[in-house]
Design a protein around this ligand. Structure first.
Ligand code: XMP
Length: 326
């Protein structure tokens, strides 16, 4: 059977026993494929790459090198969590690359959404390839490909995330979760002991907060997106909505409006709240956030995020809107 085709008889991994059996089997398979050679992995902190990292650490330990690229468009606390979980707790060989200035300088003044995506995708590959070229003796590249990526080669990841791998990254691939569906990857991640917040996190686009800072990305607006997003996520978690609402985030459009604070006129940005439910991202309905919760989030954003004087709610379904603003 084609190694990219899932055996229809394969049981859905929906409990820890099945997940443990899968883990044991994959550890054996990885050891057989890789031997004592070295493997490289781009570790974003997303579910798929995190589960692949945890599996490889169990199978080959220090022969795995993880590269975490901070492009400046990550959510608050994300890089810190990757370092804490993988370097400190799992003892991974982790290279942290602070590429924030490189990305934000290249994106300065760029308004077109697809050009923004292309720049982010290209610099990501460049930075990763540069790190790879500094390392000696890498033979394999591990990837968090999952089954929907294979099934829908025109799917979200393939559609949005531009560019293939350059020749210097042309290693043999290690793709231990390529026949699994997302829910199965999550059960495997949990069984591997990864934190709940990492395993059950909502979908997060490759270009990160960059698509939530519509138009040309500026550092000040990006900071407002990051801080307001952290408040929204914290309040949703407190209200028990984490893992129940499919995707929720904030957007800070590139215009200001007037407000009033301490009897003085202000001219500041607005934060848009967006929360949607979906099955496969091709369509989405709007989550009805209860008003008391909305007011709590509004109060916190207006009090804690400096430079914002207005909070709005996006109630547009997909279609006619898309989930992200660009
Ligand atoms: P839209 O905005 O097209 O989003 O309704 C559908 C889903 O895809 C995510 N998304 C992306 N994911 N790279 C990604 O990996 C991207 O460029 C990208 N753009 C949107 C979005 O967050 C939603 O879950």
């Amino acid at each position: 059977m084609d190694s990219n085709v899932r055996d229809p008889k394969m049981q859905r991994i929906n409990n820890k026993e099945l997940a443990q059996a899968f883990i044991d089997e994959q550890i054996k398979a990885i050891k057989e494929q890789v031997g004592d050679k070295k493997v490289l992995l781009a570790l974003s902190g997303g579910v798929d790459s995190s589960v692949v990292a945890a599996l490889l650490i169990k199978a080959i330990g220090k022969n795995l090198t993880c590269v975490h690229v901070n492009h400046g468009l990550l959510r608050k606390g994300e890089s810190e969590q990757v370092i804490k979980v993988f370097k400190e707790e799992l003892g991974a060989n982790l290279i942290y690359v602070d590429a924030v200035d490189r990305f934000l300088d290249a994106l300065a003044g760029v308004e077109d959404p697809e050009t923004k995506r292309k720049i982010i995708g290209k610099i990501f590959i460049d930075v990763f390839a540069e790190e790879a070229s500094k390392l000696e003796g890498i033979s394999f590249l591990a990837q968090g490909t999952i089954y929907p990526d294979i099934l829908e080669s025109k799917g979200i990841k393939a559609h949005h995330n531009v560019g293939g791998l350059p020749p210097e990254l042309n290693f043999e691939l290690v793709e231990p979760v390529k026949l699994l569906f997302k829910d199965e990857v999550r059960v495997v991640g949990e069984t591997l002991g990864l934190p709940h917040s990492m395993v059950y996190r909502q979908p997060f686009p490759g270009p990160g907060l960059g698509v939530r800072c519509p138009g040309a990305i500026t550092r000040d607006r990006l900071e407002l997106v990051r801080e307001s997003d952290a408040i929204l996520r914290e309040e949703f978690a407190k209200a028990g909505l984490e893992g129940k609402v499919w995707q929720y985030f904030t957007v800070v459009p590139p215009f200001k409006s007037t407000g009033i604070k301490d009897n003085k006129r202000t001219f500041e940005y607005a934060v848009v709240l967006r929360a949607v439910n979906s099955v496969d991202a091709t369509s989405a309905t709007v989550e009805e956030i209860p008003y008391p919760l909305l007011f709590k989030i509004r109060d916190r954003i207006l009090a804690e995020v400096n430079g914002v004087n207005r909070v709005l709610v996006d109630i547009s379904p997909k279609p006619v809107a898309t989930i992200e603003w660009e």
